[in-house]
Write a protein that binds this ligand. Structure first.
Ligand SMILES: Nc1nc2c(ncn2[C@@H]2O[C@H](COP(=O)(O)OP(=O)(O)OP(=O)(O)O)[C@@H](O)[C@H]2O)c(=O)[nH]1
Ligand SMILES: [K+]
Ligand SMILES: [Mg+2]
Length: 364
């Protein structure tokens, strides 16, 4: 029996099994098995070069955003609207057959936008260009899941499932579970809080399924057994996702309003150019980029040459971006902007920078 058949069989058994207290272990185990086969599917062993297949596109700019969606939802139209690059768009499916990169210039940052072929159901199992598309999605900082506002609601769920089955988790935090394989000593299980969705027995059964007999497990959060499987596999990617409903020129205002209120969602029309400014604002927000200006003593800040960093960056990060040896001669920095109480304020290497701050570095 091939892996796909095995997966199909387990999926059928899961859907046949009623969900209740008595079947909890059985279901947990089935799901762990499912994850194991899927893992084999996306990482075929023994075949050199089988891994890492994907479209070869150089990462460039300050961040990368990938456009994922079913065929003809308007991905290429969005790329054509937001960037200077042209990607063929037409009213038939699979117009785009490869990965086409464009650049969005926003707040002084260069954001790489990747147009990709449409995904079809079964993409994870190798249908269409699914695997290559998914391989590119894994390298993105933010994913735009583009949806057709005129199509049925289920599309969002189907695509999410497709991505989940290859280990992509959208808008989810990594489960807070400590897991370490050991050489001996059996399985030690602990939790820092009462668990309602998983327990020691289930964890042990799952570990045995993976042939792990010695390990340390500590749940620091009320996670499910699925979360635990994710932690064992380790190869999960946690990505920020913006759900973008396109073609709102074709639906009622009530429907637009309903869609726009959903979490992580932006409604647009690429053809009529509706709400694209708000989409860019949202992309910026999700990328969590920060622009910082440098200034030399006695001179005006260099407002043309802002540095692009991530939210949470410190003065030390800024130093590294300017030159890797600067920290060695760093004495203190003067900062103007919203990250300080007084402008300028003297700060050290650990000071957190805000968007649009100005910094002057004083050397020893
Ligand atoms: N009504 C309407 N049609 C749109 C809008 N945006 C795109 N379209 C149309 O949708 C069709 C598909 O657009 P594409 O940009 O080729 O879609 P795609 O997602 O890149 O499709 P594939 O590359 O085949 O996966 C084209 O006929 C576009 O003109 C929109 O905002 N409103
Ligand atoms: K198309
Ligand atoms: Mg296209």
């Amino acid at each position: 029996m091939g892996i796909l058949e095995k997966i199909g069989e387990i999926e059928r058994e899961i859907s046949r099994t009623q969900k209740n207290k008595a079947t909890e272990y059985h279901l947990g185990l089935l799901k762990a098995k499912l994850a194991k086969y899927r893992q084999q599917l996306i990482e075929p062993t023994g075949k050199p070069g089988a891994k890492g297949e994907g479209f070869d596109v150089m990462k460039s700019g300050d961040a990368r955003v990938a456009l994922i969606g079913f065929p003809s939802v308007g991905k290429s139209t969005l790329l054509n609207t937001l960037t200077a690059t042209h990607s063929e768009s037409a009213n038939y499916e699979f117009t785009t057959l490869t990965c086409i990169p464009g650049v969005i210039e926003y707040n002084g940052a260069n954001i790489q936008l990747l147009d990709l072929p449409g995904i079809i159901e079964g993409a994870a199992a190798g249908k269409g260009r699914g695997r290559q598309v998914i391989a590119v999605a894994r390298t993105a900082d933010v994913v735009i899941m583009m949806l057709d506002a005129t199509k049925k609601e289920i599309q969002r769920e189907l695509l999410t499932k497709e991505l989940e089955s290859v280990g992509i988790r959208l808008n989810k935090q990594k489960p807070n579970i400590y897991f370490k394989q050991k050489k001996g000593g059996g399985i030690s299980f602990n939790s820092t809080l009462p668990l309602t969705k998983c327990n020691e027995k289930l964890v042990q059964m799952i570990l045995h399924e993976w042939k792990i007999f010695n390990a340390e497990v500590l749940f620091r959060e009320d996670c499910t057994s699925d979360d635990f499987v994710d932690v064992i596999l380790g190869s999960r990617v946690y990505l920020e996702c913006i759900y973008v409903y396109n073609k709102i020129d074709q639906i009622s205002i009530e429907e637009v309003d309903r869609l726009a209120r959903m979490p992580d969602t932006v409604v647009v029309s690429c053809n009529v150019k509706l709400n694209l400014d708000y989409l860019l604002e949202t992309v910026w927000e999700y990328l969590a980029l920060v622009r910082v200006y440098t200034k030399k003593r006695g001179e005006r800040p260099d407002f043309d040459g802002g540095l692009i960093l991530r939210r949470g960056c410190t003065v030390e990060h800024v130093c590294h971006l300017i030159h890797r040896t600067i920290v060695n001669t760093f004495k203190y920095a003067l900062v103007w902007g919203t990250s300080v109480k007084y402008s300028p304020q003297r700060v050290g290497l650990n000071h957190l920078m805000n968007h649009d701050d100005v910094i002057q570095i004083v050397k020893k």
